[in-house]
Design a protein around this ligand. Structure first.
Ligand SMILES: [Zn+2]
Length: 310
């Protein structure tokens, strides 16, 4: 039996509905003062190169206005549950193993009813384990590293028993504390699994306030993207064709980063743990976007562009 999760009340549902209409007419404006106050600490000095391989995944077309607040063109954009494999000379790991076999029953069933319809992926969505098996040239995985602890970034672990998990200590405390889970579809993936916790104990990188150098050689540096969840991180990878930042759900689509538009209130209000902090983090991504290639996990086109260049 899985742990219970909170169900959004009438007030929260009404507030999301009102926010969606208000945001469509008058999107949340950029915080110019915040933009001016953010400084760029520069890129890490990387001594090694890694590869970032997006795994095969299908896409679904969703209305742009349901993702990017106040944006109606193009009318629809492509959304997907992407996963990535990063190969470093010392280890190979999967980022955001986001879809398990029988996800409806094993993960999505734990979400509040109002969210199930909004998030249910297409029936031909490829489980992470299936996509991994199709990549026969990849070395065996050493561990998994999700950008955050939401069901569609970890539930693929249910098909990867015994694979160690690297998790930000802040995120682990958030998801594991209390009899009621803050969100559904996550705790089962963490059960009976070796966990390696890390802290963002390193210096500012680019516009991000804290970091963690995963291998100590500057090639894979985790940066603070808190807001969507308390311990959300981005994965900054030094590839042969430049720096890539896997940004999880700090934004759902690159348009949000380019134009500084928050997620639409429905379903954004239910997805972002702290809307104000998520918007602040979006400003940081906006300023970093010309220095690194930013790939939000659910931005199908950004993922395909990344696949084409590696
Ligand atoms: Zn998420």
């Amino acid at each position: 039996m899985s742990d219970p999760v909170p169900t959004p009340g009438l007030l929260e549902c009404c507030s999301a509905a009102v926010g969606t209409v208000r945001g469509a007419v008058r999107p949340r404006p950029a915080d110019e003062r915040l933009l001016r106050s953010l400084t760029d600490a520069g890129l890490p000095t990387a001594r090694r190169i890694v590869t970032v391989t997006p795994l095969a995944q299908v896409s679904r077309s969703v209305p742009t206005m349901a993702v990017v607040e106040g944006r109606f063109a193009p009318r629809r954009i492509a959304n997907s549950l992407s996963s990535f494999v990063i190969r470093h000379p010392e280890a190979t790991f999967v980022v955001d193993p986001g879809y398990c076999v029988d996800a409806d029953r094993r993960a999505i069933a734990q979400l509040p009813r109002i969210l199930r319809m909004a998030v249910r992926p297409p029936s031909d969505t490829i489980p992470t384990i299936t996509a991994l098996r199709a990549e026969s040239s990849l070395p065996a995985l050493d561990f998994a590293l999700p950008t955050h602890a939401h069901w569609d970034h970890v539930c693929g672990l249910l098909d990867l028993p015994g694979l160690p998990l690297h998790l930000h200590s802040v995120e682990h405390r958030w998801i594991a504390t209390g009899a009621v889970a803050p969100v559904g579809g996550v705790r089962d993936a963490l059960t009976d699994r070796r966990l390696v916790e890390y802290d963002l104990d390193g210096p500012p990188v680019l516009t991000f306030g804290r970091s963690h150098d995963l291998f100590g050689d500057g090639s894979v540096v985790l940066v603070d993207l808190a807001g969507h969840t308390p311990g959300s991180i981005g994965i900054l990878a030094h590839t042969g064709s430049g720096w890539v930042l896997l940004a999880g759900d700090a934004a759902w689509h690159s348009l949000q980063i380019d134009e500084l538009r928050q997620k639409s209130s429905f379903p954004g209000n239910f997805a972002d743990d702290d809307r104000a902090l998520t918007f602040e983090t979006l400003h940081r991504l906006h300023l970093a976007r010309h220095t690194v290639t930013i790939v939000p996990t659910h931005d199908y086109d950004a993922t395909r562009r990344l696949a084409a260049r590696v």
